[in-house]
Design a protein. Sequence first.
Length: 116
Amino acid sequence: MNHNKFRVLLLIYMVFILSLSSLPGESIPKSWLLSFDKLIHLIEYFILGILLMNSMKSISTKMLIVVIPFGIFFGMMDEYLQSFISGRFSSGWDVLADTIGVIIGSLLVIGNRKND
C-alpha cells in the first residue's frame, strides 16, 4: 500500500481517536476492559505510530524525528481536549502510555522494512 493510502487511513484513525475521546464519561459503559486503560492507550497509539510511519514518503530512522514528536503532540492535545469533556480528565500517565505506543509502533515499521 502506498503512503497516500496510509495518509487517508491515518486521518480516519485520528478522527476515530478524537471521537472516542470526546464521549462524555457517563456515556462510556463500565467494563473490566477499562481497568486496562493504560494498555488500551498504548495499543491505540501503537496503531497510530504504525500509520504515521507508513504515511511517510520514505521510511527511515530519520523519519522518527517527525513521527514521534507528532504522535506525542497528538496524544497531548487529545488529553488536553478531554479535560473539557464532562466526566473525563487529562492524565500525564495516559500521555506516557501514548508516547510508548507511538515509539513501539514506529520502530516496528522500521524493523520490518530492514528485514524486507
